[in-house]
Design a protein around this ligand. Structure first.
Ligand code: EPU
Length: 418
C-alpha cells in the first residue's frame, strides 16, 4: 500500500504536459476488438485502468504491445471468446464497452457486470435499451450481462438520459450493423467524439459525433489503421485548479482549451487569471478568489469529474459558494475528508454549500474515488502543514505519475510505501 505525503503551501510554478485521455483510451482499446486488422494507437496514458484493460484484451486472445512513448498496438485476429468473466473485470469499471464491441464482432457477448462504482450504482438500462433496438436479446443472469443478436440491424434510438457510456457502446454495436443507426440525445463529451474519430479512422462511417444526433452507417469491414487520442480534459482541468488553489503560475501544455471552456469561464468569474493559446492555458492568481455557484452537467457543461477539485478552490473564496451535482447522485464523499482539514461544507440534497474563507490544515485523509482522490492531493498542496493521502490506488487509475508532474512544478509531494 502506498500513500502520498504532501507538505503544503508551496506555489506551483512552471509548465506541465497533459497525457492522453483516460476515458477515450478505455473506449478505444475495447473498440479494437471489432476491427478486421491491427491498429496502432498513440498517446495512450500510462495509468492503471489502461494497464488492466490491456491485460483483459490479452487474456481474450488479442496481441497487444506497448512502448514507452504511449503507443499501443492491438491485433484482435486471434480473439475467440465472446465472454469476459468477473475475475477478469472486477478491477475495471469501464468494462461495459466490451459488451458493444463483442456483440458487434460475435453477435453475442457475455460480460460480467461490476455493478457499483466508487460513487454509487451505475445503471446500464440505456445501453440495454439500445442493444435491444439493434435486435439483441439482453438478460442479466448471476451478475453477467448476456446479449445475443442473430443479426444486428440499424435502428433509431433516443437516449432517455444523456449517457457517455451508452452513446459509445451503441456506436460500437452499430458500427457494422446493416443500415443507418441514429442515436438521439447523444452525449457530446470530447471522448465520445474521439471514439467516433478512432472508428472512422479504422474504416467506420459515423457522422454527427459532438452533436445531439449521431448517424452510424454500417460498414462490412473495419480494416484497422493508426490513430492518436486526444489529451485528457480532466487531467488538464485538475492542473488548472491546482495552479489556482496554490496561488501559483502554471502553463498547462498539450491540451485542448476548447474542452475546458466551462472551467475557464468559472475560474475567470472567481478572479483567476487565464491566458490561452492553441494547445495551452496559463493559469495564475493575482488576488482573492470570488465565490461561485457551479452546476455540473453533461458536456459542454461543467464536468462532474472536476466537482471535488473545484470544491477545494472554493474553500478559499469569501462567502457562500455552491456546487450542484447534475450527473451523479453520490459525488459528495470528498466532503467528509475535506472537513477533516477544516473545510466548512454541508451537503443539502445534491448541493454542496461551501463557506469560506477556510485555511485548510494538513491531516491524514483518504481518496474515496479517482476524482475525490485528486481533490485530496490538491487540498494537501493548498493546506498548511503535512497531509497524508491514503488509498492512492484510486488516483493511479486515472492520473499518469501525478506526483512527478507536481514535483516538477515545485510541489513537496512524495509517494511512500506504508
Ligand atoms: N445513466 C443511466 N442509465 C444508463 C447510463 C447512465 O441512468 O444506462 C445515468 C447515470 O446514472 C448518470 C448519468 O446517466 O447519472 C451519466 O452517466 P454516463 O453514462 O454518462 O457515465 P459513464 O459513461 O458511466 C463516464 C465517465 C465518468 C464520468 C461520466 C459523466 C468513462 C469511462 N467514465 O461514465 O468518468 O463521470 O461519464 O461524464 O468515460 C472518471 O473519469 O472519473 C469518471 C467517473
Amino acid at each position: 500500500m502506498e500513500k502520498f505525503v504532501i507538505n503544503g503551501l508551496r506555489q506551483l510554478k512552471g509548465e506541465v504536459s497533459i497525457s492522453g485521455c483516460k476515458n477515450a483510451a478505455v473506449a478505444v482499446l475495447p473498440a479494437a476488438l471489432l476491427l478486421d486488422g491491427p491498429c496502432r494507437i498513440e498517446n495512450i496514458p500510462d495509468i492503471k485502468d489502461v494497464d488492466t484493460l490491456m491485460t483483459i484484451l490479452k487474456e481474450m486472445g488479442a496481441e497487444v504491445s506497448s512502448d514507452d512513448s504511449g503507443t499501443v498496438t492491438v491485433d484482435p485476429a486471434k480473439v475467440n471468446t465472446y465472454r469476459a468473466d468477473y475475475d477478469l473485470l472486477k478491477s475495471l469499471r469501464a468494462s461495459y464497452y466490451l459488451l458493444g464491441a463483442l456483440l458487434s464482432r460475435f453477435n453475442k457477448a457475455e460480460v460480467a457486470f461490476p455493478g457499483g462504482c466508487d460513487f454509487g450504482f451505475r445503471p446500464i438500462d440505456q445501453h440495454i435499451k439500445g442493444f435491444e433496438a439493434l435486435g439483441a436479446t439482453v438478460s442479466i443472469e448471476h451478475g453477467v450481462v448476456k446479449a445475443y443478436a442473430p443479426k444486428l440491424a440499424s435502428s433509431q434510438i433516443y437516449l432517455d438520459v444523456v449517457s457517455v457510456g451508452a452513446t459509445i457502446n451503441l456506436m460500437l454495436a452499430a458500427v457494422k450493423a446493416e443500415g443507418t443507426t441514429i442515436i438521439e440525445n447523444a452525449a457530446k463529451e470530447p471522448h465520445v467524439v474521439d471514439t467516433a474519430n478512432f472508428l472512422n479512422a479504422m474504416g467506420a462511417n459515423i457522422k454527427g459525433a459532438g452533436t445531439d444526433v449521431i448517424r452510424i452507417k454500417g460498414v462490412d469491414r473495419l480494416p484497422g489503421g493508426s490513430y492518436s487520442i486526444i489529451p485528457d480534459q480532466i487531467e488538464a482541468g485538475t492542473f488548472m485548479i491546482a495552479a489556482a488553489a496554490t496561488g501559483g503560475d502554471v502553463v498547462v501544455r498539450n491540451m485542448i482549451p476548447k474542452h475546458l471552456e466551462s472551467l475557464s469561464a468559472k475560474l475567470r468569474e472567481m478572479n483567476v487569471n487565464l491566458e490561452e493559446g492553441e494547445d495551452w492555458i496559463r493559469v495564475w492568481r493575482s488576488g482573492d478568489i470570488n465565490k461561485a455557484a457551479i452546476k455540473t452537467l453533461p458536456y459542454p457543461g461543467f464536468p462532474t469529474d472536476l466537482h471535488p477539485q473545484i470544491a477545494v478552490l472554493l474553500c478559499q473564496a469569501e462567502g457562500t459558494s455552491t456546487i450542484t451535482e447534475g450527473v451523479w447522485d453520490l459525488r459528495f464523499q470528498y466532503v467528509d475528508e475535506l472537513k477533516r482539514m477544516g473545510a466548512n461544507i454541508k451537503v443539502e440534497g445534491r448541493m454542496a454549500v461551501i463557506e469560506g474563507i477556510t485555511h485548510l490544515t494538513g491531516a491524514p485523509i483518504k481518496a474515496t474515488d479517482l476524482r475525490a482522490g485528486a481533490a485530496m492531493v490538491l487540498a494537501g498542496l493548498a493546506a498548511k502543514g503535512k497531509t497524508e493521502v491514503y488509498n492512492i490506488k484510486y488516483i493511479d487509475r486515472g492520473y499518469e505519475r501525478i506526483e512527478k508532474k507536481l514535483q516538477s512544478l515545485g510541489a513537496d509531494i512524495e509517494r511512500v510505501s506504508e
